[in-house]
Design a protein around this ligand. Sequence first.
Ligand SMILES: [Mg+2]
Length: 124
Amino acid sequence: MPGRMLIVDDQRGVRRLLEELFKKEGWDVQCAGDGREAIEKVENLMPDLDLILMDLKMPNVNGLEATRIITEKKSPPIIMMTAYGEIEVIQQALDAGATKCISKPFDIMALRDMVNKLMLEIAS
Ligand SMILES: [Mg+2]
């Protein structure tokens, strides 16, 4: 049973694509265009927020900063979408508080599978 997801990406096309995919999967989807907006939305949506998909590279407040701020309080798991698969970038994302990372460009089905697996892990 999917819940409510927040999709954070500065690229409108990416937001649209992911929104469409996860709505079809039964998720209640909310979107934010940068880290600042994401922090605001999390404040408004918690505790009824089950997952965040967070882009790393964004203007204003990037994904790392937003993740650090969001995870200072009670936060749903965060999957960070990194532009590079480099170990240091992944480590930075995990250090900031991300639960998992996926490298862009990704196959959206791989992201869907990662989301489903993570939700199963949390539920069990
Ligand atoms: Mg970006």
